[in-house]
Design a protein around this ligand. Structure first.
Ligand SMILES: Cc1cc2nc3c(=O)[nH]c(=O)nc-3n(C[C@H](O)[C@H](O)[C@H](O)COP(=O)(O)OP(=O)(O)OC[C@H]3O[C@@H](n4cnc5c(N)ncnc54)[C@H](O)[C@@H]3O)c2cc1C
Length: 382
């Protein structure tokens, strides 16, 4: 099976890459320093069709495959990881949740604006007391006539303040075997929730994250996604997409590390030579290249299998685990190639080093990825 992009997909990625190089990458350092969402950049990304990529044409999208969304996401992440985190959360998680689980009327009312980038999405599964352990979730949703009343605190959540639509998973019953019955909701802006202070994060600072207080929040019954009580399965399905998103972002950051390291190795002189001629430096650059290339191959296969509807959570977890570990190594080596300059904000290496660390945590930690792989392949239950 060949998972390489076809001619059309490559052309799409090349055109998108040109826009990212011209308009997004030059703003990356300033976006990090400002620690704020770059609305103008999101508009450019929207104009380039990013949010529409995997949305079917009938809802204003381009109907492209997941592997195309992966390619565009890694391209965007190579330009500005923080902006890519914000945009991809909307495209991979919010769009997918509504497309797969929303009613026809919800799809018609929300997807065209999400695909056009006129609305931004978020995904709120984790809570201050329930990250890896989703069963410890405390947020609730109670049916009240024609609406659902939500309560509890979600956090941290990318795009919390800016989002027009937040996919919220909440408890709607006790369920069996100590596993609460969960349900999923499309919570629209103005439905009564409040957003906490922006978190001071290590990296990805162009993507603000905050807690969401759901007390006082009510959504129409029609904003329930899937069936009542189907939230666990929906969350697990969406986490597959979220982990592919993390892999794409990590691969993109590894690519950014490679480009920065290569440029520096070719231009920085020591002992009368560009440092790239020293084997110790060149080998590091080779390792950084591999950090993007190998996880991409695995992730492309995982995208394809997910697209076919296969149960491939272990493959997705493997791709996420590999991409996230490799990007941390890549960022470490990139900073080393930059020497002292790499330790300062004057070089991209410092920012990429901070950005890289999130991918070993978000949408399931490295430890949880190993558990998913063991559960799927060995039937192990920890
Ligand atoms: C900036 C930021 C933005 C975020 N955005 C979002 C978002 O948009 N939406 C969302 O839903 N979530 C979001 N999160 C939450 C993120 O997904 C969680 O932080 C992550 O899943 C880990 O959960 P936790 O932080 O509660 O860690 P914990 O679950 O407390 O884990 C702590 C440590 O213990 C380990 N551990 C836990 N259980 C086990 C076990 N059984 N076996 C072995 N090791 C274990 C973990 O691997 C980890 O190393 C965000 C987090 C951050 C930091």
């Amino acid at each position: 099976m060949d998972f390489a992009l076809n001619k059309d997909q490559k052309e799409l990625q090349t055109a998108f890459g040109k826009m990212c190089a011209a308009d997004i990458a030059p703003c990356a350092a300033a976006a990090d320093a400002a620690a704020s969402l770059q609305i103008d950049n999101l508009k450019k990304i929207a104009q380039a069709g990013y949010f529409a990529t995997a949305v079917p044409a009938e809802f204003g999208g381009k109907g492209e495959e997941l592997v195309t969304l992966f390619a565009l996401t890694e391209t965007l992440a190579a330009a500005c990881p923080g902006t890519a985190m914000a945009a991809s959360t909307s495209a991979w998680l919010c769009n997918t949740a509504i497309l797969k689980y929303g009613s026809d009327s919800l799809k018609k009312s929300l997807l065209p604006a999400l695909a056009a980038g006129e609305k931004l999405g978020a995904f709120a599964l984790a809570e201050p007391g329930a990250g890896s352990d989703i069963n410890a979730m405390a947020a609730t949703a109670v049916k009240d006539g024609d609406s659902w009343k939500l309560d509890g605190v979600k956090g941290l959540c990318w795009n919390a303040a800016a989002a027009d639509v937040i996919i919220v998973i909440a408890k709607t019953g006790d369920g069996a075997d100590a596993q609460p019955a969960l349900s999923a909701f499309a919570v629209e802006k103005g439905s009564g929730y409040s957003v906490g202070e922006q978190a001071k994060t290590l990296g990805l600072r162009a993507a603000p994250a905050a807690n969401i207080d759901l007390s006082g929040c009510a959504v129409p019954a029609s904003n329930l996604l899937g069936a009542e009580g189907a939230g666990w399965d929906i969350a697990m399905d969406l986490l597959d997409y979220g982990r592919l998103q993390m892999a794409a972002l990590a691969v993109g950051v590894s690519t950014a590390c490679f480009m920065a390291a290569k440029d520096h190795a070719e231009t920085r002189m020591a002992f009368g030579k560009p440092i790239g001629v020293f084997q110790e430096v060149a080998f590091k650059a080779a390792d950084i290249y591999i950090a993007a290339d190998v996880p991409r191959l695995l992730a492309n296969q995982a995208c394809w299998r997910k697209q076919q509807g296969e149960n491939c959570s272990h493959l997705i977890a493997s791709a996420k685990l590999l991409a996230s570990q490799k990007v941390v190594e890549a960022a470490h080596k990139c900073l080393q190639i930059f020497g002292g300059k790499g330790y300062t904000a004057d070089a991209p290496a410092e920012r990429l080093y901070r950005d890289a660390r999130f991918f070993e945590i978000g949408n399931g930690t490295t430890e949880i990825m190993r558990q998913v792989i063991c559960k799927d392949l060995l039937g192990a239950d920890f």
